[in-house]
Design a protein around this ligand. Structure first.
Ligand SMILES: NC(=O)c1ccc[n+]([C@@H]2O[C@H](COP(=O)([O-])OP(=O)(O)OC[C@H]3O[C@@H](n4cnc5c(N)ncnc54)[C@H](O)[C@@H]3O)[C@@H](O)[C@H]2O)c1
Length: 289
């Protein structure tokens, strides 16, 4: 895909953060949009921004963990627009607690949204992406899909699973010569509402956790950058066909060691994909396999 003009783009979790920034940027670049979220107030604000950018937009209440609803939504979007070219499976939640502290229900909810939501969106739209002759599925994992940290086991597991699922899909699309590009995005330290929207086990203070995330994010974001999801005004590179992309609004939104040498990631046993030129999630690494 070399341009976005006239392309039909689907963005889940579009009511906030990365999903909103993506939607607005795609609208500015001439895409037609199908945006959705469970947060209807946030979604309405995004819809207004997208309309102000001049885009043709459809806006729906959609919980990505509800498989049957996602399947009928996909058919309905394809019918309304006549095709689907880009699907950003972006909706996500976080949850903080140790494995000892978390209930099965807590873990299930994170997997339902962060993993099954991506599977639902991918499976539901894949036939339409193939039929378009020019498709691209972009699944949002996380930097926590590359290495694990304590108290984020369910989130880590879901985001690792998204990576495995997405990279396998990419190979299948290549093997079968399907006209669908596949990219897994691994953002980190982006200034969004994710920490404020996230849950935690009883006994942990929500505001304290959100404050700690803000501090960490500010630390990760280099001077002059604050990890804003809308990023800079440089050319986006979503049109590139890459396996895995890393970072957020700029390559420098990931820790310098990662952006420069990748030693941080290597020490976590990850594959280093090089510097990113990511903006608003419309991104891919320059050196990904
Ligand atoms: N912000 C970061 O630094 C960061 C880092 C790594 C990965 N990510 C990933 O980026 C994606 C976007 O997150 P964000 O940072 O913009 O967070 P955010 O909280 O600002 O936005 C997430 C959106 O997803 C929506 N959502 C939650 N559950 C949903 C469901 N079941 N169905 C539909 N929509 C739902 C929320 O209402 C919200 O509008 C997530 O997948 C997240 O895991 C973010």
């Amino acid at each position: 895909m070399t341009h976005f003009t006239g392309k039909v783009a689907v963005v889940t979790g579009a009511g906030s953060g990365i999903g909103r920034a993506l939607s607005v940027e795609l609208a500015r670049r001439g895409a037609r949009l199908a945006i959705s979220d469970v947060d209807l107030a946030g979604l309405a604000d995004t819809e207004a921004l997208v309309k102000a950018a001049g885009a043709d937009v459809r806006s729906d209440s959609l919980d990505v963990s509800q498989r049957e609803l996602v399947l009928s939504y996909a058919d309905s979007v394809a019918e309304q627009f006549g095709a689907v070219n880009l699907v950003f499976n972006n909706a996500g939640i976080a949850f903080t607690g140790t494995i000892e502290q978390m209930s099965f229900k807590d873990i299930d909810r994170v997997m339902d949204v962060d993993f099954w939501g991506v599977v639902n969106g991918t499976k539901a739209f894949l036939p339409h992406l193939i039929a378009s002759g020019d498709g691209h599925v972009i699944n949002i994992s996380s930097i926590f899909g590359l290495f694990s940290v304590p108290t984020q086991s369910a989130y880590n597991a879901a985001k690792f699973a998204v990576r495995g699922f997405t990279e396998s899909l990419r190979q299948e699309m290549l093997n079968e010569k399907r006209p669908v590009k596949v990219t897994c995005v691994h953002p980190g330290g982006i200034k969004t509402n994710i920490a404020r929207n996230s849950g935690q086990v009883d006994g942990l203070d929500h505001d304290e956790l959100a404050g700690a995330f803000d501090k960490l994010r500010a630390h990760l974001a280099p001077q002059g950058r604050r990890g804003d999801p809308q990023g800079s005004r440089e050319e986006p590179t979503a049109r590139a066909d890459r396996c895995r992309c890393l970072g957020c609004s700029t390559s420098s939104c990931v820790p310098p060691a990662l952006a420069t040498s990748g030693s941080w990631l290597r020490s976590a046993g990850a594959t280093v994909v090089g510097k990113c030129d990511v903006r608003a999630g419309l991104a891919v690494s320059r050196s990904a396999s």
